[in-house]
Design a protein around this ligand. Structure first.
Ligand SMILES: Cc1cc2nc3c(=O)[nH]c(=O)nc-3n(C[C@H](O)[C@H](O)[C@H](O)COP(=O)(O)OP(=O)(O)OC[C@H]3O[C@@H](n4cnc5c(N)ncnc54)[C@H](O)[C@@H]3O)c2cc1C
Length: 529
C-alpha cells in the first residue's frame, strides 16, 4: 500500500455535480480538498438527467414550495455564473379535455410559479387558446385540445461541462482531482475520520490522511458507507429514469413540451436539445445493480407512445432513436408510496454514529447543487472548527463564463473553424475556447479540423488530455468534446480522435485498439435495438 504524504481537510467521494460543486466551494473557502471518483468525472447520474435547470413545476403539486423557491433562485444564479452553459428554455403545456390536470389547475400552478420566480428575470407565463397553440405548433394533436400554458425555465445542454467547470474552479483554488480511483476503505480513529484508502485502475492502493469525508456518491452513497467500520441503515432508495434521443420529426415543436402521459398521468418532457429531441422520463423504483443501467424496452415504448400521441405525425419508431440513457435518482429511501411523491429535497446527513467528520449527501438536483454545496461546506467548517470565509460561489463566474466575447473574436480571426464550429466551441468551452486557439497557434498540426466540415478542432483532443484530465477515449468523446451525444454518437470522428490521443498519451498500438473497442462498446450500449 502506498501512502500519500499530503494531508487533506476534506476528501470528497464522487465527481458528479454535487461532489464537484462542494469541491469548488470548499477550495474557494481555503480548505485543502481532494476529489476521488471511481470512474471519470460526471459518469454517474449527473450525465443522465433531463438537463433542465428548473424550479420543478411538478413539485408544487406536492406542496414543496421551499424547494421550488430555492430552485428558481438557483436557476437565476446559474444563468449568471454559467451563462455560456445554461440557457433560457420556453416550455409549453398542452391542455387536453379529460386530463388529470385541467386548465384551472395548470393556470394556478403557473401563477404560483411566477410568484415564486419574482425578480428572477425570465418572462412570465401566458395562456393560449386552442387556435393560438395550433397556429404555433400545427403538429400538435387536435383531438380534445383546449389550449396551452407557456412558461420559461432553463436548460444545461451539457451537464458534463457544468461538472467539469466546477472541478476546474476547484482545481485552480488548490484542490486535487483524481478520477478512476475507487474509495474502498474509510478509516476511523477514536471516533473521528482519520484516513481513507483508494484503489486506482491498476488495483494499486493508496492511503491518504483526511480530517473529514463528504460522501457525494449519488445512488452509490450506501455502497460507499460499507467501506466504513460501522454499518448503518439504508439512506438512498432511488428511482430509475430513462430518456430517448431522436432527430427532427414531422410536426415537431420549436419549444419544449411538458405533457401529461395518457398511460399514468406522469409528466413527460419533449425537449429540443443538441439539435435533436430529448424525451423523458420514467420514474420506477429501482433496487438492482447501479452500474451500467439501461433503458428497458417498456420504458422506450412508453416514451415513444406518449410522444406519438401528442404529435401524431411524428410516428416515431425504435429505428428513429439515436440513443437512450438511464440513471437512478439518488432519493431518500422510502419503502412505500408513489415514486413521484418522494421528496426531491436534498438531505446533508452527518454520519456521527459512524465517525465525526463523515457527511453523506442524499438527493439533490442539478439545479440546486450550488446551494447544497454551500450548506455542506458551512457544515464542514463547523465540524472542522474552522472559521470559514463567506461562500463566494453565487457571484463568482465559472471558468468558461469569463471572456466569451473575446474568445469569439479570436476564433473568428483565426479562421480555423466554420461559423457552426465557432458556435459549437463556445457552447462547450465558453471563454476557455481561447485556450484551445492558443494551443492550436503553438502547433500547426493542431489547427486542422477532424474532418472537412470545419467544426471540430484537433487541438480539442489535446486540450481534453492536458487541461481537463481526460485519460480514455470515452472520456474525450462523451464528456469533454461532447461529440458522443451527436446524432451519430460522433462515430465518424473516433479514428481521428484516437490517433491524436494515442500520440499525446504515448499509447501502444494494443492500447489504442483496446481504447477504441471500449469506446465503441460504450457507444453501442446506448443504442436501442
Ligand atoms: C432520470 C433523471 C432525470 C433528472 N433530471 C433532472 C433535471 O432535469 N434537473 C435537475 O436539476 N436534476 C435532475 N435530476 C437529478 C440529478 O441529475 C441528480 O440528483 C444529480 O445529478 C446527482 O448528482 P450527484 O453528484 O449526487 O451523483 P452522481 O452524478 O451519480 O455522482 C456520483 C459519483 O460518485 C462516484 N462514486 C460512486 N462510488 C464511488 C466510490 N466508491 N469511490 C469513488 N467514487 C465513487 C460515481 O462514479 C459518480 O461519478 C435527474 C435525475 C435522473 C436520474
Amino acid at each position: 500500500m502506498n501512502s500519500d504524504s499530503q494531508s487533506y481537510d476534506v476528501a470528497i467521494i464522487g465527481a458528479g455535480i454535487n461532489g464537484a460543486g462542494i469541491a469548488r466551494d470548499a477550495a474557494l473557502r481555503g480548505l485543502k480538498v481532494i476529489v476521488l471518483d471511481k470512474n471519470d468525472m460526471c459518469s454517474g447520474t449527473s450525465a443522465v438527467s433531463s438537463r433542465l435547470i428548473h424550479g420543478g413545476l411538478r413539485y408544487l403539486e406536492y406542496g414543496e414550495l421551499p424547494l421550488v423557491y430555492e430552485s428558481l433562485r438557483e436557476r437565476r444564479c446559474l444563468r449568471q455564473i454559467a451563462g455560456h452553459l445554461v440557457q433560457a428554455l420556453r416550455i409549453s403545456i398542452p391542455i387536453f379535455s379529460g386530463a388529470r390536470r385541467g386548465r384551472a389547475l395548470i393556470r394556478l400552478g403557473m401563477i404560483a410559479y411566477d410568484i415564486l420566480s419574482f425578480g428572477k428575470r425570465l418572462p412570465r407565463h401566458d395562456m393560449l387558446d386552442r387556435n393560438g397553440i395550433k397556429e404555433e405548433v400545427p403538429g400538435l394533436r387536435d383531438e380534445g385540445l383546449l389550449g396551452a400554458a407557456r412558461y420559461y425555465d432553463a436548460q444545461v445542454t451539457f451537464a458534463e461541462r457544468l461538472v467539469m467547470e466546477n472541478l476546474l474552479a476547484a482545481q485552480s483554488a488548490g484542490a486535487d482531482i483524481k478520477t478512476y480511483c475507487t474509495v474502498c476503505e474509510i478509516r476511523v480513529l477514536k471516533g473521528c475520520i482519520s484516513s481513507l484508502v483508494y484503489s486506482d485502475r491498476q488495483g494499486e492502493q493508496t492511503a491518504i490522511s483526511v480530517r473529514s469525508v463528504v460522501n457525494a456518491a449519488g445512488p452509490w452513497v450506501d455502497e460507499v458507507l460499507k467501506a466504513a467500520p460501522h454499518q448503518v441503515d439504508r439512506f438512498v432508495g432511488g428511482t430509475k429514469g430513462s430518456h430517448i434521443v431522436v432527430g427532427q420529426f414531422e410536426g415537431a415543436p420549436k419549444d419544449a413540451f411538458y405533457v401529461e402521459a395518457a398511460a399514468d398521468g406522469r409528466p413527460v418532457f419533449i425537449i429540443p436539445w443538441n439539435e435533436q429531441f430529448l424525451i423523458g422520463t420514467t420514474d420506477i423504483r429501482y433496487n438492482d445493480s447501479l452500474d451500467r443501467i439501461r433503458a428497458s424496452r417498456e420504458e422506450v415504448d412508453y416514451l415513444l407512445n406518449e410522444t406519438n400521441r401528442v404529435f401524431p405525425n411524428a410516428r416515431l419508431q425504435i429505428a428513429d432513436i439515436h440513443f437512450a440513457y438511464a440513471g437512478v435518482r439518488p432519493l431518500p429511501h422510502r419503502d412505500k408510496g408513489p415514486e413521484s411523491a418522494i421528496t426531491r429535497r436534498h438531505i446533508i446527513k452527518t454520519n456521527r454514529n459512524i465517525a465525526k467528520g463523515l457527511v453523506s449527501i442524499i438527493g439533490g438536483k442539478l439545479t440546486t447543487y450550488r446551494n447544497l454545496a454551500e450548506q455542506t461546506v458551512d457544515k464542514l467548517a463547523r465540524i472542522l472548527r474552522r472559521k470559514s470565509p463567506t461562500c463566494r460561489t453565487a457571484d463568482t463566474l465559472l471558468p468558461g463564463a469569463w471572456g466569451v466575447d473575446r474568445a469569439r473574436e479570436l476564433l473568428l480571426a483565426s479562421k480555423l473553424l466554420s461559423d457552426k464550429g465557432v458556435d459549437r466551441l463556445l457552447s462547450i468551452y465558453g471563454g476557455r475556447a481561447s485556450n484551445i486557439i492558443d494551443l492550436a497557434n503553438r502547433d500547426a498540426t493542431l489547427q486542422k479540423t477532424l474532418n472537412d466540415d470545419g467544426v471540430h478542432l484537433a487541438a480539442e483532443v489535446l486540450f481534453a488530455i492536458r487541461e481537463e484530465f481526460a485519460t480514455t477515449l470515452t472520456d474525450i468523446v462523451f464528456r469533454r468534446m461532447m461529440i458522443g451525444l451527436d446524432s451519430d454518437q460522433g462515430r465518424s470522428l473516433y479514428t481521428a480522435v484516437a490517433v491524436l490521443a494515442a500520440t499525446e498519451i504515448n499509447w501502444s498500438a494494443d492500447t489504442q485498439e483496446t481504447e477504441m473497442q471500449n469506446l465503441v462498446e460504450y457507444a453501442d450500449s446506448l443504442r436501442v435495438t
